[in-house]
Every structure is written in C-alpha cells, then in structure tokens.
Design a protein. Structure first.
Lengths: 287, 268
C-alpha cells in the first residue's frame, strides 16, 4: 500500500473572484514507503501548493489525500497528527527560527507533540547529529549562527518530529555550492539511516538527479510526469521546454545526439558520462 | 485568511475620477466631509447623497465594492443607531417599555446618523479606491509642502508613509508563510486553548520582527547605495499636473457645498 496517495486532487485559489486560479489540477499519484523523490516544477507550476496538501496545511477544493490509506481530512480535528507524520520544511526555513537556543528551537516540534523530556532530548541530539550540528552549538543562540547552520537548525526542527514522510521545499535555495552539497549529503544520510520516505523539491535537476528514485514533474498545475529518474530524463528535451534546468551533462549528450553520436542511454551524472565515454572509446579501439 | 484585509485597497481603472489630480481629490474629499457635517437636516443630507451617487457612478467601480467598505464598520453603525434611538427623549413617544422609550425624534436622528456615516464611508472610499497609495502619499507631500518653511519634515513623513504602505502586502505574505511553517511544526494557532494560542503567537511574532528589521536594514542600505539623502533637489518620475477637469470637479464640489450652506441658512 502506498504511504501517500492523492486522488484527483484539485485546489483553486480565491474561487468565485476575478483572481481565481487553479493551482493544482486533478493530480493523482502514489508514493511508496521509503522512496526518495525529487519534485520539480517551474515557479507557479503548483508544486508548493501540492506539497502543502500532503500535511494538511491546505484543504483540497476537491479530491482526496490518503496517508497510509486513510483520508487525512476524514477527521478534521486530527489534522495536527497528520502534520507530525508528514514533516514539511518550507523554503528558507531559517526565517521561522524564534527560540533563544538551538536546542529549544529544534525541540519546538517534538514539544508540540507532547513527548516527555527524555524523548525530546534523545530526538533533538539524534537529529542534530544527523544534520551535522555539533553538541556545543545546542546552547548557542540560533541567531549567531551562519546562514547554512541556521538552515540546518530549521531542517532539524522538522526532522526531530520523526515524521514518516519528510518533505523539503528547495532546501538548498540561496546557498553556495559547498553549503548545498553539505545539506544534500546530510539529507541523503538521514534518508539512508531512517529509511523514511523523503521528498525534495527543487527546480534544478542537477541537485536531485543523482540520488532520487523517482522524479515528479509539475507543469501549470498538472502532473507532467512521475517516473523513474532515468525515464524522466529520456524526456529531457520536453522538460527543458517547460522551462526547467536540465543538468549540463545531459545537455551535452543531447547535443551529441543531435550531431549524430547517440549513446542510447540517458546521462545525468558526470561519473556515468565518463564511464560511458571510456567504454565507447575502448570499444572503438578494439574494432 | 490575512488576504481578506482591504485597507487602502486600490482598484486600477481609467474613469474620470481615476484621472483627476490626486491633490484635487484630497481637497475635494475634505470639502465633501465638511459638506456632510455642515448640514443638519435631511434636505442637506439629500444634497450630499446626490453628490456621493455622482462620485460612485463616475468612479466606474462596482457598488458591491463600496458596500464591502461598510461591512467592517457595521457594529459601530448599529451601536450609534441604538444609542440615538433610545437616548433621545424629545419628540412624540412612539413606543415604551419600562424605562425604555422610542420617540419620533429618536428615530429621525438615528436614521440621519446612519445615512451620514454610510455616505461618509462610501464617499471617502472613492478616494482610496481610485488612487494608488503611492500617488496618494505624493499628493499629501505636495499639499503639505508649505509646512517645510516651518521645518516640518514633510518629505521624510511622506517617504515613511510610502514605505509603510509598500510593505503591507509583503508583511502579510511573510506572516502567512511563518504561520504555515509553525503550523507544520505542530503549533496550534487557530485551535487549542487560549494560553497555548497566546504562547504560540510568540513563535510568529519573533520571526516577523526579526525579518522586519532585516528588511528595514536592507532597504536603508539599498537607498544609501543609490545616494538617497532626503527630498532636497529630488525630481519626480510622475509630475502632478492639474488639468481643466480638476478645476471643474473642484467647482462642482464647491457648488454642492454652497447648496448645503444655503439650505442650512434658510433652515430647510
């Protein structure tokens, strides 16, 4: 059974006014337990609206969202429990930090869950380790930290709730390449350790191509495609057409194909490209 | 939920009223208020009502929008009406029960007050509905410019007003985002007991204050980078120019005011 499922999910902003806009249009999809999924889409494609449905922040205009096979809106008063099971990290999450110490800020979510002090402490320290925040930072004020560290504190604040599904909206936005790689590697490590379903939203394929199991692409409120990474990349040209960044290496191979050198495979990481070219060269030498 | 706020809402358009010089619009609105408060008879109010109707039609904005502007002031209207209805004791008694009584004069006065306030709100809404906030502060700056001679910081005041207006939508959006982020961490904001809600308010206010200060800082730096140093010698992108139609509008308004004053003097 899918852990997260949507059926004909539709959401319309400001219905019955001149500003009416359908942001999510009849989206049906299934996400399996333990998957790592990349969510892509242009600004205004509806991806942010879609993910805010997964934890019940937005209520669908029509359609259903099922968590573990149960409609999350079945009991309106239980919607807070859904938010603990589906953790959502917003874009630029460091702007939500408010506590005096890093420890307290990470503990805010677990505290809202009503856990006891020992359990809270265990979770805070475990997630801090996961995301690469050392223990001596715990008693510091989060506002003294660097931008990248603040971002990690905010992400830890959601991870510490130990949600079954973790959704991160553009976790690397505005970071330098080193900060970006650091955060992504910590998220990867978290996913590997916990085996929890993880969704990473990004508008750049470069970020997620190398490790996502499946990629979901949104375009103009509709589900453009949702498939294994390699198959999605076989449609690289269409994806570039809807305004998304295709990895540079994929673009090089698209151009090579156009000029008559077809490797017959979709290429989206540099390492794979190198292997492919070396093999090709070896084969030609052998001839 | 915060998106429903309509303070200073502006509806772009190209009606006669939209095209009027904002300085004249402000002056006309002031004369209009004087007009409504000078008259103390139904006849005077009728003149005001005709003038209001004229403005509403000329503005080309749907009547529904004007009715919307009254809604938030409904409780105030009801209280005013009730106080007048029960506390005015002169005139013929129409109804009484124990110490409560309603007199004909009371009915007259409460109807009069309601009509006056409704006209006031609708008429002044014409100004904010047809003038963008930025143009409005521009016009205020120009109208107040004589005060500069008294060392009154007119330009600084206008600049502060435009910045404040400019940031209202930004802050609303920011607040919405922070609320969602804290809700995602299980903060109870629109449910839960009063004390938890109050405590959770801190989780919204602190980030909001911090980001406001950050924005203010960034804006100040950006302005300084562009050598902003106050109003001295600044020229404007959009020059305010008065056209014949502005004088015609002003003349019509003064004519209505004169009408109200005449009615008051003859005592109708």
């Amino acid at each position: 059974m899918a852990i997260l499922e949507t059926r004909d999910l539709t959401y319309t902003y400001s219905p019955d006014t001149p500003f009416e806009k359908t942001a999510v249009d009849h989206v049906s999809l299934k996400i399996e337990q333990g998957e790592l999924i990349g969510v892509m889409g242009h600004t205004g494609s509806g991806k942010s609206t879609l993910i805010q449905h997964f934890n019940g922040l937005l209520r669908p205009t029509s359609g259903q969202i099922l968590l573990d096979g149960k409609d999350i809106w079945e009991n309106k008063n239980k919607i807070r429990d859904v938010r603990f099971q589906v953790g959502l990290v917003f874009q630029y999450p460091e702007y939500q930090i408010f506590e005096e110490t890093v420890y307290k800020d990470i503990a805010f979510g677990p505290k809202n869950m009503g856990l006891d002090e020992d359990e809270i402490k265990r979770r805070v320290l475990a997630t801090a380790a996961d995301i690469g925040l050392s223990e001596e930072l715990m008693e510091r004020s989060p506002f003294e930290l660097s931008g990248g560290q603040k971002r990690r504190v905010a992400i830890a604040g959601v991870m510490a709730m130990e949600p079954k599904v973790l959704i991160l909206d553009e976790p690397t936005a505005g970071l330098d390449p080193a900060g970006r790689d650091l955060i992504l590697s910590h998220i990867k490590a978290y996913h590997k350790r916990t085996g929890n379903t993880t969704l990473i939203v990004s508008h750049s394929m470069e970020d997620i191509a190398s490790f996502a199991d499946r990629i979901l692409v949104m375009n103009k409120g509709k589900l453009f495609c949702f498939d294994e990474t390699e198959r999605v990349f076989s449609r690289a040209e269409e994806i570039a057409e809807i305004g998304l960044d295709v990895p540079q290496i994929t673009r090089v191979f698209m151009e090579l194909r156009r000029r008559g050198l077809d490797f017959g495979k979709e290429v989206y990481t540099v390492g794979y490209a190198r292997d492919l070219i070396l093999r090709e060269l070896r084969e030609r030498k052998g001839e | 939920m915060l998106k429903d706020i309509t303070i200073g809402q502006y509806f772009p358009g190209n009606s006669v009223i939209h095209r009027l010089d904002p300085r004249f619009k402000i002056v006309i609105t002031i004369i209009y208020i004087v007009m409504l408060f000078t008259g103390d008879s139904m006849a005077c109010l009728a003149v005001g009502a005709v003038f209001t109707a004229m403005m509403l039609v000329l503005s080309g904005i749907k009547l529904k929008m004007y009715l919307k502007s009254i809604r938030p002031l409904m409780p105030f209207l009801v209280i005013t009406a009730l106080i007048n209805l029960f506390l005015v004791s002169s005139g013929e008694v129409l109804w009484h029960w124990k110490f409560l009584k309603i007199t004909s004069e009371g009915v007259n006065i409460s109807v009069f007050m309601i009509v006056r306030i409704v006209l006031l709100i609708m008429g002044t809404s014409v100004l904010t509905y047809t003038t963008s906030p930025i143009t409005l502060t521009d016009a205020i700056e120009r109208l107040l410019s004589p005060l500069k001679k008294l060392r009154f910081p007119v330009h600084e005041l206008a600049m502060m007003m435009s910045i404040a207006l400019r940031f209202i939508p930004t802050l609303i959006e920011e607040t919405d985002k922070i609320i969602s982020a804290q809700k995602a961490r299980g903060a109870e904001i629109d449910s839960g007991s009063f004390t938890t809600r109050a405590r959770n308010l801190i989780s919204i206010l602190v980030p909001l204050f911090i980001s406001s200060f950050r924005r203010a800082d960034e804006l100040a730096t950006a302005m300084e980078c562009r050598c902003y140093n106050g109003g001295e010698g600044r020229t404007r992108l959009r020059q305010l120019k008065s056209a014949p139609r502005d004088y015609i509008a002003l003349a019509v308004t003064l004519l209505f005011l004169a009408g109200v004053i005449t009615l008051k003097i003859i005592g109708i």
